[in-house]
Design a protein around this ligand. Structure first.
Ligand code: NAP
Length: 324
C-alpha cells in the first residue's frame, strides 16, 4: 500500500483525498517508480475541476522524479535502481510510488537532482517545444510571453535570454515583474495596471511581435491577437483564466493573415525519439547554467489542497514541488 492523492468527483481543492492505494506489481512494459518529488502544474487544476474530463475515480499529477523499484517483462528503457523522471500521461504522479509505462521515463544524469527534475520536466519540456518546434526562434526576435513569473514563465525568460531573443513578459504584480526581470525578461508589463496591447505596440515601435505565447486564455486572447504583426503566430497553450471562447476565423484574416495553434506537450513527446531529444536539450540548458530551475514553493504531498489554492490564487511564482 502507498499513499496517493485521488479524486472521486471533480470540483475545488477539497475533492483531492490523500488515501491508501494498493499498487500491485508492474505488468509487461511497466515499472514501479518510488517518487522523491512530484511537480505541481496548472494542468492539474484543469483535471481537478473537470475542464479536462477524465474517468473517475482518478489520480492526479503529471510529473515526478524518483527511483525505479521494480520492472515488468520486456522493459528495456530502464533498470531497477535507475534515477528517472517523467512528464505527461498517465495521470497519477501525486503519490509516494506508482506503476507506469517504462517508455514515458527518461533516465536522469547525475548532475540533475530529483527535485530539479520534478520541477522542470513538464514546464521545461514545454518551453523547449514552444521555442524550438511550435514557432522555432532563431535569435534576434522580440516575442510576447504571458505569465512570465510563473513556472513555465521563469524558465521561458531564461531560455529566451540564452538564445538571444528579447522577451516581453506579462505579470500580475510589481513583485512578479521584478522576479521576471531577474530571470532575463527584457520588458515586463503588469497587465493588471497597464494595457498590454498598447505597451507591446510601444515597445515594438508599432510593428507588433511575430509570436505570442498565451497560456492565460479567455482574458488575454483577443489582446494577444492585437499584439501580432501580420503573418504572426498565436500560440494558445493554456487557459489559466478560462478557456478561449469560440471566435470567427475572420479575426485572423482582419489582423493580417495570422496563424494560430493550440499545442499540447503530450503531442510533442508522443514519439520516444522526440522525448529523448527534447529531454537532452533541457538537461543541457540546465547543466550549462543557462537555465536555473527556481523552486520557490514546496508542500508535503498531504497538503496538496493548499498548493492548489495558492496556485489558483496566483500566489505562487516559479516552480512548485509536492514532497511525498
Ligand atoms: N499546452 C502545454 O503543453 C502546456 C504545458 C505546460 C503548461 N501549460 C500552461 O501554461 C500555463 C502556466 O503553467 P504553470 O504550471 O507554469 O502555471 P503558473 O504560470 O505558475 O501559474 C499560472 C499563472 O497564470 C496567471 N494567471 C492569469 N490569470 C489567471 C487566473 N484567472 N487564474 C489563475 N492564474 C492566472 C498567474 O500569473 P500572474 O499573477 O502573473 O498573472 C498565475 O501565477 C498554464 O496555463 C498551463 O496550463 C501548457
Amino acid at each position: 500500500m502507498v499513499k496517493a492523492v485521488r479524486m472521486h468527483v471533480t470540483g475545488g481543492p477539497e475533492v483531492m483525498v490523500y488515501e491508501d492505494v494498493d499498487l500491485g506489481k508492474p505488468g509487461p512494459g511497466e515499472v514501479l517508480v518510488r517518487h522523491k518529488a512530484c511537480g505541481l502544474n496548472y494542468i492539474d487544476v484543469y483535471f481537478r475541476t473537470g475542464l479536462y474530463p477524465q474517468q473517475l475515480p482518478a489520480g492526479l499529477g503529471m510529473e515526478g522524479a524518483g527511483v525505479v523499484e521494480a520492472i515488468g517483462d520486456g522493459v528495456t528503457y530502464v533498470s531497477v535502481g535507475d534515477r528517472v523522471a517523467y512528464a505527461g500521461r498517465p495521470i497519477g504522479a501525486y503519490s509516494e510510488a506508482r506503476i507506469m509505462p517504462a517508455d514515458n521515463l527518461v533516465r536522469l544524469p547525475a548532475t540533475i537532482s530529483f527535485e530539479t527534475a520534478a520541477a522542470m520536466m513538464l514546464q521545461g519540456l514545454t518551453v523547449q517545444y514552444l521555442f524550438h518546434r511550435t514557432f522555432p526562434l532563431k535569435g534576434g526576435e522580440t516575442i510576447l510571453f504571458h505569465a512570465a513569473a510563473g513556472g513555465v514563465g521563469l524558465i521561458a525568460c531564461q531560455w529566451a535570454r540564452a538564445i538571444g531573443v528579447t522577451i516581453i513578459g506579462t505579470v500580475g504584480s510589481d513583485e512578479k515583474a521584478a522576479l521576471a526581470k531577474e530571470h532575463g525578461c527584457t520588458h515586463v508589463i503588469n497587465y493588471n495596471t497597464e494595457n498590454f496591447v498598447e505597451r507591446v505596440k510601444e515597445i515594438t515601435g508599432g510593428k507588433g511581435v511575430p509570436v505570442v505565447y498565451d497560456s492565460i486564455g479567455k482574458d488575454t486572447f483577443i489582446g494577444s491577437l492585437d499584439c501580432l504583426a501580420p503573418l504572426g503566430m498565436m500560440v494558445s497553450f493554456g487557459n489559466a483564466s478560462g478557456p478561449v471562447p469560440a471566435f470567427s476565423l475572420n479575426e485572423l484574416a482582419s489582423r493580417g493573415s495570422l496563424f494560430i495553434t493550440r499545442p499540447s506537450l503530450m503531442s510533442y513527446t508522443a514519439k520516444r525519439q522526440d522525448l529523448e531529444t527534447m529531454a537532452a536539450h533541457l538537461f543541457s540548458m540546465v547543466e550549462s547554467g543557462k537555465v536555473k530551475i527556481d523552486i520557490r514553493q514546496r508542500y508535503p504531498l498531504s497538503e496538496v489542497a493548499q498548493a492548489h489554492r495558492d496556485l489558483e490564487a496566483r500566489k505562487t511564482t516559479g516552480s512548485t514541488l509536492l514532497i511525498p
